[in-house]
Design a protein. Sequence first.
Length: 121
Amino acid sequence: MESPAVSPEFVTLYRRAFDEYGVQALWNMRRFAEPTVGDTLVVARALRVEGDLRALVLPEEIERVCGATTLNVDSIRYSTDIDIFHDREVLVTSTSLADTRTRLRHARTSRRSNKLLLESH
């Protein structure tokens, strides 16, 4: 089974990012002659962090071409889909309750220990 083909357009966008924003936002990154999709997504992230308002459009285009999904609600484009890589709600809830019980049990133990320490002095 072949993996889905990624558009070579990402290479053009990678080079465009360095040409337009290299000095401003990508000054600490190495420019590769043959970038991978991963390299291009790293550049998109750097543009979001280091770029000005004009630079925010290019990461959106890079992510679209590379097949990434933006999950940032504050962004121009966002997704409200559930992340399939995380645990189911029931498991998260039960784990959270177990953590809360453990913290409460240790909090009581800590209070007792603190009380004993205060009484001994």
